[in-house]
Write a protein that binds this ligand. Structure first.
Ligand SMILES: Nc1nc2c(c(=O)[nH]1)N[C@H]1C(S)=C(S)[C@@H](COP(=O)(O)O)O[C@H]1N2
Ligand SMILES: [Mo]
Length: 420
């Protein structure tokens, strides 16, 4: 068996198996998929399908006041100034929402989680799956994890804004991330109860939201395979967020939380999980959430862990008063582990350390502050750059990929200092 922790290596095997017909893509036939591809390979044409359209009305249930959110179609991004004065966690009222279609309103009393597939003892079928009710799940031992959920496309607009590159997808600034305290049951516990076998290689969690239709093709339920190694490591079936039952927009009654990985892994409104002894693929790891472009192999590289990022808790283009002592605040995080150091520059040349004001959690973020007294009025560019525990520091330029994932470069945050 391949080293499943090495997702890139594993993915190469999985893709090769899919190409010669040994991996399956449940929910989509091969012809439909090939219609989406340029030449029948996996390096697919950029469709721009992920871009929000202003026409869709009300797909998100919770209020989206303009002081807390910027809304793009079915998605809403947190305004970073709304995090100022907040504690470690992102409150639910300002946690970003990323819906492929719309938020379904489900009933916990009738909800069932269905598990099936060749990776479970006795190979239960989709028609006769192992079932778990909400009450069953609540009765299992629970765990709590503080973790960020971040869209792989967070920061995408800066590929264009800072690097002059054209990419497809929602033009997020840095607000497609939030940290919450999630409570639920380990996926490992549920898989063990369902009869996980040693042959299982992939799990494929699937949402109960409407099918995702794009370019005239129905891609089916939102779903993305997860290697068993990650599934058993630290993944939670969460039913609570910040001490509350999961809100509708964040996956009620139960969602997956896959710490440190791209948000797409954390499937909301979980309905079914296929557990397979043969590799599985879906459009969300072949067409979307792959790094494609001139600097990547032709078949691309799957997006797994998020990269290092930093954001100031300031409006974009904030105005600050000249000669007054400011305390700039912000947060930094990384999918590779906790943040070790943050530096801030107000002139683009000199960097000084920011002061940590929270614990640095492996799966969460670090809050920091930086005192600044701007002496002359004018336009300034603020920069924050973090280094994580693996030694990775935010670069000046993010590697280009056609769909604009993983923008980890230092963001140039414009502010005006005015003689009030
Ligand atoms: N079923 C389902 N799960 C989903 C999605 C979706 O549209 N449907 N969006 C994914 C994406 S792309 C992201 S970034 C996260 C966003 O989680 P949030 O809306 O709770 O912030 O959910 C993921 N899980
Ligand atoms: Mo996402």
């Amino acid at each position: 068996m391949t080293a499943l922790h090495d997702e890139a290596g594993y993915d190469r095997v999985r893709v090769a198996q899919w190409r010669d017909g040994r991996a399956r893509m449940p929910g989509l036939n091969r012809r439909d998929l090939l219609r989406l591809t340029a030449a029948g390979g996996l390096a697919l044409a950029v469709t721009g399908a992920a871009a929000g359209t202003a026409a869709a009305a009300g797909p998100i249930v919770k209020p989206l006041p303009p002081e807390l959110f910027d809304v793009y179609g079915t998605n809403a991004e947190t305004r970073w100034e709304a995090m100022r004065g907040q504690g470690y966690l992102t409150p639910i009222d300002r946690f970003f929402v990323r819906d492929h279609t719309s938020t379904p309103v489900l009933d916990a009393a009738t909800w069932r989680l269905q598990l099936f597939g060749s990776g479970l003892r006795g190979s239960p079928t989709a028609a006769a799956p192992v079932e778990l009710s909400y009450r069953d799940l609540r009765a299992l031992p629970s765990e709590t994890v503080t973790a960020f959920v971040e869209c792989a496309g967070n920061g995408r607009s800066f590929f264009t804004g800072q690097q002059g590159q054209t990419v497809s997808g929602t033009a997020w600034k840095l607000g497609a991330v939030g940290v919450a305290r999630w409570r639920g049951v380990r996926l490992a516990t549920v898989l063990a109860r369902a009869g996980l076998t040693r042959d299982a290689v992939d799990v494929l969690p699937e949402g109960l939201d409407p099918d995702y239709v794009t370019g005239g093709v129905n891609l089916g339920k939102v779903r993305r395979p997860l290697p068993v190694a990650k599934a058993l490591e630290d993944v939670l079936l969460a039913y609570e967020m910040n001490g509350q039952p999961l809100p509708p927009d964040h996956g009620f009654p139960v969602r997956l939380v896959v710490p440190s990985w791209a948000g797409i892994a954390s499937i909301k409104w979980l309905g079914r999980i296929e557990v397979s002894a043969t590799p599985l693929v879906s459009p969300w790891n072949t067409q979307y959430y792959r790094l494609l472009g001139p600097d990547y192999p032709a078949e691309g590289t799957p997006v797994t862990e998020q990269v290092v990022k930093s954001a100031f808790e300031l409006p974009w283009g904030a105005t600050l008063a000249v000669g007054q002592r400011q305390v700039l605040r912000g947060r930094s995080w990384s999918g590779h582990g906790r943040i070790r150091r943050v530096e801030v520059s107000t002139d683009g040349r000199t960097w000084r350390p920011a002061k940590p004001i929270s614990p640095a959690l492996d799966r969460g973020w670090l809050q920091w502050e930086f005192p600044w007294r701007p002496r002359t009025a004018g336009e300034y560019t603020l920069r924050a750059r973090a280094t994580d525990v693996t030694g990775v520091r935010q670069p000046d330029v993010a590697p280009y990929n056609t769909q604009g994932y993983l923008f980890g470069a230092v963001v140039r945050h414009p502010v005006t200092v005015s003689a009030s």
